[in-house]
Design a protein around this ligand. Structure first.
Ligand SMILES: *[C@@H]1O[C@H](CO)[C@@H](O)[C@H](O)[C@H]1NC(C)=O
Ligand SMILES: *[C@@H]1O[C@H](CO)[C@@H](O)[C@H](O)[C@H]1NC(C)=O
Ligand SMILES: *[C@@H]1O[C@H](CO)[C@@H](O)[C@H](O)[C@H]1NC(C)=O
Length: 179
Protein backbone atom coordinates (compact mmCIF):
# COMPACT_ATOMS: atom_id res chain seq x y z
CA UNK A 1 0.00 0.00 0.00
CA UNK A 2 2.73 2.37 1.03
CA UNK A 3 4.66 1.37 -2.07
CA UNK A 4 1.61 2.01 -4.23
CA UNK A 5 1.07 5.38 -2.62
CA UNK A 6 4.69 6.18 -3.17
CA UNK A 7 4.53 5.24 -6.80
CA UNK A 8 1.31 7.20 -7.31
CA UNK A 9 2.79 10.22 -5.68
CA UNK A 10 6.02 9.96 -7.62
CA UNK A 11 4.02 9.63 -10.82
CA UNK A 12 2.09 12.69 -9.76
CA UNK A 13 5.32 14.52 -9.03
CA UNK A 14 6.63 13.47 -12.40
CA UNK A 15 3.51 14.73 -14.12
CA UNK A 16 3.68 17.98 -12.20
CA UNK A 17 7.32 18.46 -13.05
CA UNK A 18 6.62 17.71 -16.69
CA UNK A 19 3.78 20.20 -16.84
CA UNK A 20 5.93 22.78 -15.11
CA UNK A 21 8.60 22.30 -17.74
CA UNK A 22 5.99 22.51 -20.45
CA UNK A 23 4.63 25.73 -18.96
CA UNK A 24 8.09 27.22 -18.75
CA UNK A 25 8.81 26.16 -22.32
CA UNK A 26 5.55 27.71 -23.53
CA UNK A 27 6.23 30.84 -21.56
CA UNK A 28 9.75 31.23 -22.95
CA UNK A 29 8.55 30.49 -26.45
CA UNK A 30 5.61 32.85 -26.04
CA UNK A 31 7.93 35.53 -24.74
CA UNK A 32 10.16 35.24 -27.75
CA UNK A 33 7.28 35.15 -30.21
CA UNK A 34 5.26 38.00 -28.72
CA UNK A 35 4.52 40.70 -31.27
CA UNK A 36 5.82 44.16 -30.45
CA UNK A 37 2.29 45.45 -30.01
CA UNK A 38 1.97 43.29 -26.88
CA UNK A 39 3.95 46.03 -25.15
CA UNK A 40 1.02 48.33 -25.88
CA UNK A 41 -0.74 47.39 -22.65
CA UNK A 42 -1.25 48.90 -19.24
CA UNK A 43 -2.50 47.05 -16.23
CA UNK A 44 -6.02 47.93 -15.14
CA UNK A 45 -4.72 48.68 -11.65
CA UNK A 46 -3.07 51.85 -12.98
CA UNK A 47 -6.53 53.28 -13.48
CA UNK A 48 -8.05 52.04 -10.23
CA UNK A 49 -6.15 54.22 -7.77
CA UNK A 50 -8.74 56.57 -6.29
CA UNK A 51 -6.26 59.19 -5.06
CA UNK A 52 -4.32 59.83 -8.25
CA UNK A 53 -7.47 59.49 -10.35
CA UNK A 54 -9.06 62.21 -8.26
CA UNK A 55 -5.95 64.42 -8.60
CA UNK A 56 -5.93 63.94 -12.37
CA UNK A 57 -9.59 64.90 -12.65
CA UNK A 58 -9.16 67.85 -10.30
CA UNK A 59 -6.24 69.12 -12.38
CA UNK A 60 -8.31 68.80 -15.54
CA UNK A 61 -11.20 70.59 -13.92
CA UNK A 62 -9.09 73.51 -12.74
CA UNK A 63 -7.48 73.96 -16.12
CA UNK A 64 -10.74 73.71 -17.99
CA UNK A 65 -12.07 76.60 -15.88
CA UNK A 66 -9.21 78.67 -17.30
CA UNK A 67 -9.87 77.46 -20.86
CA UNK A 68 -11.99 80.04 -22.64
CA UNK A 69 -12.09 78.25 -25.99
CA UNK A 70 -14.96 75.84 -25.88
CA UNK A 71 -15.32 74.92 -29.55
CA UNK A 72 -12.09 72.97 -29.88
CA UNK A 73 -11.82 69.41 -28.63
CA UNK A 74 -8.43 67.70 -28.72
CA UNK A 75 -9.24 64.20 -27.49
CA UNK A 76 -12.33 63.25 -29.42
CA UNK A 77 -13.59 61.26 -32.34
CA UNK A 78 -11.31 62.98 -34.86
CA UNK A 79 -8.21 61.80 -33.04
CA UNK A 80 -9.23 58.16 -33.54
CA UNK A 81 -10.47 58.58 -37.10
CA UNK A 82 -9.21 55.71 -39.27
CA UNK A 83 -7.25 54.15 -36.40
CA UNK A 84 -8.32 50.62 -35.52
CA UNK A 85 -8.73 49.34 -31.97
CA UNK A 86 -5.42 47.48 -31.97
CA UNK A 87 -3.51 50.66 -32.77
CA UNK A 88 -5.18 53.00 -30.35
CA UNK A 89 -2.88 52.36 -27.42
CA UNK A 90 0.07 53.34 -29.59
CA UNK A 91 -1.82 56.45 -30.68
CA UNK A 92 -2.49 57.37 -27.05
CA UNK A 93 1.15 56.70 -26.18
CA UNK A 94 2.11 59.31 -28.75
CA UNK A 95 -0.44 61.78 -27.37
CA UNK A 96 0.78 61.14 -23.82
CA UNK A 97 4.38 61.73 -24.85
CA UNK A 98 3.47 65.05 -26.48
CA UNK A 99 1.36 66.07 -23.49
CA UNK A 100 4.17 65.38 -21.03
CA UNK A 101 6.89 67.09 -23.03
CA UNK A 102 5.14 69.97 -24.75
CA UNK A 103 2.26 70.75 -22.42
CA UNK A 104 2.89 69.70 -18.82
CA UNK A 105 6.58 70.54 -18.72
CA UNK A 106 6.14 74.18 -19.82
CA UNK A 107 3.15 74.59 -17.47
CA UNK A 108 4.63 72.63 -14.58
CA UNK A 109 4.54 75.56 -12.16
CA UNK A 110 0.79 76.01 -12.52
CA UNK A 111 -2.23 74.27 -11.07
CA UNK A 112 -0.51 73.14 -7.90
CA UNK A 113 -0.64 70.96 -5.94
CA UNK A 114 -2.27 68.73 -8.55
CA UNK A 115 0.38 69.21 -11.21
CA UNK A 116 3.26 67.90 -9.10
CA UNK A 117 1.34 64.71 -8.31
CA UNK A 118 -0.15 64.03 -11.71
CA UNK A 119 2.99 64.55 -13.81
CA UNK A 120 4.98 61.68 -12.19
CA UNK A 121 1.93 59.42 -12.50
CA UNK A 122 1.58 60.12 -16.23
CA UNK A 123 5.35 59.86 -16.69
CA UNK A 124 5.23 56.37 -15.16
CA UNK A 125 2.50 55.33 -17.60
CA UNK A 126 4.54 56.77 -20.45
CA UNK A 127 7.55 54.81 -19.26
CA UNK A 128 5.52 51.60 -19.13
CA UNK A 129 4.59 52.14 -22.76
CA UNK A 130 8.14 52.88 -23.87
CA UNK A 131 8.39 49.57 -25.79
CA UNK A 132 5.00 50.03 -27.46
CA UNK A 133 5.35 50.28 -31.22
CA UNK A 134 3.31 49.12 -34.15
CA UNK A 135 4.69 47.02 -36.95
CA UNK A 136 2.56 48.41 -39.73
CA UNK A 137 2.88 51.76 -41.36
CA UNK A 138 1.92 54.36 -38.76
CA UNK A 139 1.50 57.38 -41.02
CA UNK A 140 -2.25 57.60 -40.48
CA UNK A 141 -1.65 57.61 -36.72
CA UNK A 142 1.10 60.22 -36.91
CA UNK A 143 -1.19 62.37 -39.05
CA UNK A 144 -3.91 62.39 -36.40
CA UNK A 145 -1.40 63.07 -33.63
CA UNK A 146 0.13 65.86 -35.70
CA UNK A 147 -3.28 67.52 -36.07
CA UNK A 148 -3.65 67.54 -32.29
CA UNK A 149 -0.15 69.00 -31.90
CA UNK A 150 -0.83 71.66 -34.54
CA UNK A 151 -4.05 72.66 -32.79
CA UNK A 152 -2.33 73.01 -29.42
CA UNK A 153 0.55 74.94 -30.93
CA UNK A 154 -1.73 77.22 -32.93
CA UNK A 155 -3.59 78.17 -29.75
CA UNK A 156 -0.31 78.80 -27.93
CA UNK A 157 -0.58 78.95 -24.16
CA UNK A 158 -4.34 78.57 -24.42
CA UNK A 159 -3.76 75.33 -26.28
CA UNK A 160 -1.64 74.03 -23.44
CA UNK A 161 -4.31 74.98 -20.90
CA UNK A 162 -6.90 73.26 -23.06
CA UNK A 163 -4.78 70.08 -23.20
CA UNK A 164 -4.48 70.11 -19.40
CA UNK A 165 -8.22 70.65 -19.18
CA UNK A 166 -8.65 67.44 -21.16
CA UNK A 167 -6.42 65.28 -18.93
CA UNK A 168 -9.55 63.52 -17.70
CA UNK A 169 -10.29 62.56 -21.31
CA UNK A 170 -6.67 61.52 -21.80
CA UNK A 171 -6.87 59.31 -18.71
CA UNK A 172 -10.04 57.61 -19.95
CA UNK A 173 -8.78 57.26 -23.52
CA UNK A 174 -5.57 55.62 -22.27
CA UNK A 175 -7.60 53.22 -20.16
CA UNK A 176 -9.94 52.36 -23.02
CA UNK A 177 -7.09 51.89 -25.47
CA UNK A 178 -4.44 50.15 -23.38
CA UNK A 179 -6.14 48.04 -20.71
C1 LIG B 1 -11.69 64.64 -5.28
O1 LIG B 1 -11.67 64.57 -3.86
C2 LIG B 1 -12.18 65.73 -3.21
C3 LIG B 1 -12.07 65.56 -1.72
O2 LIG B 1 -10.99 64.78 -1.36
C4 LIG B 1 -13.62 65.95 -3.60
O3 LIG B 1 -14.11 67.13 -3.00
C5 LIG B 1 -13.73 66.07 -5.11
O4 LIG B 1 -15.09 66.17 -5.48
C6 LIG B 1 -13.10 64.87 -5.79
N1 LIG B 1 -13.10 65.18 -7.22
C7 LIG B 1 -13.33 64.31 -8.16
C8 LIG B 1 -13.29 64.80 -9.57
O5 LIG B 1 -13.52 63.13 -7.92
C1 LIG C 1 -8.79 83.64 -23.97
O1 LIG C 1 -7.87 84.07 -23.00
C2 LIG C 1 -6.64 84.55 -23.55
C3 LIG C 1 -5.77 84.96 -22.37
O2 LIG C 1 -5.71 83.97 -21.42
C4 LIG C 1 -6.88 85.72 -24.46
O3 LIG C 1 -5.66 86.09 -25.06
C5 LIG C 1 -7.86 85.31 -25.55
O4 LIG C 1 -8.17 86.43 -26.35
C6 LIG C 1 -9.12 84.77 -24.93
N1 LIG C 1 -9.99 84.27 -25.98
C7 LIG C 1 -11.30 84.44 -25.96
C8 LIG C 1 -12.04 83.85 -27.10
O5 LIG C 1 -11.87 85.03 -25.06
C1 LIG D 1 8.88 60.70 -25.75
O1 LIG D 1 9.36 60.01 -26.88
C2 LIG D 1 10.75 60.15 -27.12
C3 LIG D 1 11.06 59.48 -28.44
O2 LIG D 1 10.57 58.20 -28.49
C4 LIG D 1 11.50 59.57 -25.95
O3 LIG D 1 12.89 59.71 -26.14
C5 LIG D 1 11.08 60.29 -24.67
O4 LIG D 1 11.71 59.72 -23.56
C6 LIG D 1 9.58 60.22 -24.50
N1 LIG D 1 9.19 61.05 -23.37
C7 LIG D 1 8.44 60.63 -22.37
C8 LIG D 1 8.12 61.62 -21.32
O5 LIG D 1 8.02 59.49 -22.32
Amino acid sequence: MAALQKSVSSTLMGTLAASCLLLIALWVQGGAALPISSHCRLDKSNFQQPYITNRTFMLAKEASLADNNTDVRLIGEKLFHGVNMGERCYLMKEVLNFTLEEVLLPQSDRFQPYMQEVVPFLARLSNKLSQCHIENDDQHIQRNVQKLKDTVQKLGENGEIKAIGELDLLFMALRNACV
